[in-house]
Design a protein around this ligand. Structure first.
Ligand code: SF4
Length: 256
């Protein structure tokens, strides 16, 4: 084992130990410990109800965590309004991280409505690559994912090495249920997206999100009709979204 891989192995085993120590602890304790251990810590929120709950926890406990969101240029008006309401309510700034390529620029290069023909490429340009750039200056990032949301997320640890982005990932809500999140939001009067009460349990970009019918999976409305239920940010699959971006040719990208 060379020096680099040895130090990486040591770091990963330290993260595993920290994950065990913090497993099941309240989110504010997990975040407070993460701030101590990883001073350059960022929270990337997509303004889902879990993200709103975490912003409440971060603000309530005055935790020094940078807040930002991936503004794809294709968000619902209700999401943009929620962004403003959260900033006002908690007196925080949630920075916008955007793709270098505007939506019109993307249409000019790849044709209109790329998300219908090559969502992998569209998500790569509008979400995954901007997130990678934004995380480059941090030690660790916070995610609001929960284990019971998707099969891909079921093995999420509270603290783990994020191979895709090359830094530590902290998921303080990994062990929470949807009911836990809503209980926190309701009891603390946390602002949330009104679309959740109109049949949208999971909300992403406007063109790729539809309401779900009773009995459907909560993420059934994301990329409806396609197998994909993740934008690539939390995916552990070998098929890297960043590889899609390098190709920059929608005809080469397998959809779904
Ligand atoms: Fe594009 Fe849809 Fe991904 Fe948004 S969710 S970046 S519109 S493919």
């Amino acid at each position: 084992m060379d020096h680099v891989s040895e130090s990486m192995a040591t770091e990963i085993s330290e993260l595993q130990r920290l994950g065990v120590v913090l497993a099941g602890r309240p989110p504010h304790e997990i975040l407070a410990r993460a701030v101590e251990r990883f001073p350059l810590l960022a929270f990337a929120t997509g303004f889902g109800v879990e993200g709103c709950a975490l912003i409440d926890v971060i603000a309530r406990h005055q935790l020094r965590i940078d807040l930002f969101t991936l503004d794809t240029g294709l968000l619902f008006p209700e999401t943009l309004d929620l962004w403003r309401r959260l900033e006002e309510r908690y007196g925080v700034t949630i920075r916008a991280v955007r793709s270098d390529r505007s939506v019109p620029d993307q249409a000019a290069k790849f044709g209109d409505r790329l998300w219908e023909r090559a969502p992998d490429l569209c998500c790569s340009m509008r979400k995954v690559a901007p997130l990678k750039g934004a995380l480059a200056s941090f030690d660790a990032w916070v995610s609001a994912i929960r284990r019971d949301q998707t099969r891909e997320r079921s093995s999420t640890s509270v603290v783990e090495w994020d191979e895709k982005f090359g830094l530590v990932k902290v998921s303080p809500l990994a062990h929470w249920s949807s009911a836990d999140v809503w209980s926190h939001v309701r009891s603390n009067d946390v602002p949330f997206n009104p679309l959740h009460e109109r049949g949208y349990p999971s909300i992403g970009c406007l063109p790729c999100t539809s309401p779900v019918f009773p009995g459907e999976d909560p993420r059934a409305g994301r990329w409806r009709g396609l197998e994909r239920k993740e934008c690539g940010i939390h995916s552990r699959s070998e098929r890297s979204q960043l590889t899609s971006l390098r190709k920059e040719r929608p005809s080469d990208v397998r959809v779904g």
